[in-house]
Design a protein around this ligand. Sequence first.
Ligand code: MN
Length: 155
Amino acid sequence: MRIVYVEDNLANVHLVKRVARMGKHEVINYIDGMDALNNFATDKPDLVLMDIQLAGELTGIEVVQKLRNDGFTTPIIAVTAYAMVGDKERCIEAGCTGYMSKPIPVTDLVNLFHEYEKLEQETEKEATEEKVQEQPAKTEASEAAETATKAETSE
Ligand code: MN
């Protein structure tokens, strides 16, 4: 998977990159929310991890709101040190898919990557199956040929 991680604390970035590498995931880090927004359409991430308290002009919440306004449906997990009551709700309301509090336990991160990797593979499989169904129906001639081949094989 390609993961975009918007985070200004490099210790957290190192941790996430290390865990991601074990699962052969790629991590693109932005310390500034505006940079993440500007590159989002090009990056096309499968998963986003979003720090809420960012050093730049925008908060993580604002970045999420803008992404959702632009129509992006990519799963976004808020990663935040805020321990305030109602913080989780605020993130979900802004359009986050899930929420994790810092410091992030490594096992939680491993499980998260695993879960979204599975989801992504299922989505890809569905897309392939839809394509197969779109192909034209068999012609009578090709069906007859197939039946003939089957008969030969069974002998
Ligand atoms: Mn931060």
